[in-house]
Design a protein around this ligand. Sequence first.
Ligand SMILES: Nc1ncnc2c1ncn2[C@@H]1O[C@H](COP(=O)(O)OP(=O)(O)O)[C@@H](O)[C@H]1O
Ligand SMILES: Cc1cn([C@H]2C[C@H](O)[C@@H](COP(=O)(O)O)O2)c(=O)[nH]c1=O
Length: 236
Amino acid sequence: MAELVFFSGTMDCGKSTLALQMDYNHRARGRGGVRFSCNDRAGDSTISSRLGLQTDAVEVGGDTDFWDEVVARRTSGLRVDYLICDEAQFYSASQVEQLARVVDEMDVDVFAFGITSDFRTRLFPGSQRLIELADKVQVLQVEALCWCGRRATQNARTVNGIMVVEGEQVMVGDVAPATGDDISDADAVGYETLCRRHYMRRVTAHGANVMAGADQPLPFDVDACLWPGAGALRQG
Ligand SMILES: Nc1ncnc2c1ncn2[C@@H]1O[C@H](COP(=O)(O)OP(=O)(O)O)[C@@H](O)[C@H]1O
Ligand SMILES: Cc1cn([C@H]2C[C@H](O)[C@@H](COP(=O)(O)O)O2)c(=O)[nH]c1=O
């Protein structure tokens, strides 16, 4: 029986890598699939993994109807046994409902991959509907880490290196640090995965380094830090 599975987590925890691996494994056993993505960092109509793999995909737009996508392919004789749906946090609630219907009415497996929450810790609409409707929600085994060594559960956004908690929900970007050195016309938007404690205290890796260098009493308990690099903070 087909299933709707949502593989979820923070940024940089291996979702796109798993999406490509699952597509490969199912295809290798003769199953027919369609890959979808939306606003991938590497560009439209792409699924890209930071491990270096990248492949083409159908770009999901506001007018994409997953039911029609499957019907069109099956009508033209193509085999559709499963869908790979990357960056599913950006799908609309009604598109997630179409995916559920594809599973139930057409017996197509749907494997969706996406971040759970945005830079304000709020659920994305697509992720919320997936959590509500999926047969299974799976948290990825690979843990993205906070700078302190704890498991990262939050995606912080930085603008010119400073953590922000207001702005547009959707801004494509990467976890590579945005230093602000390369500012041209636009501000440099970046993301950093943090544990809840450091998200709430708004301490990014950059902020922690600044505090370590300032040689001042710190506003948080550095002894609780697990990361070996946090030793520098204790000496600071
Ligand atoms: N150079 C590298 N060597 C080994 N693993 C890497 C390398 N670069 C990235 N990774 C792995 O890839 C993961 C990110 O994979 P990716 O599929 O791009 O994440 P996501 O789609 O969840 O944002 C990282 O958590 C890390 O485990
Ligand atoms: C937290 C957050 C992220 N985004 C964007 C940034 C990236 O382009 C994607 C996540 O991709 P990944 O493969 O999981 O790294 O989402 C956003 O638009 N808004 C946010 O709040």
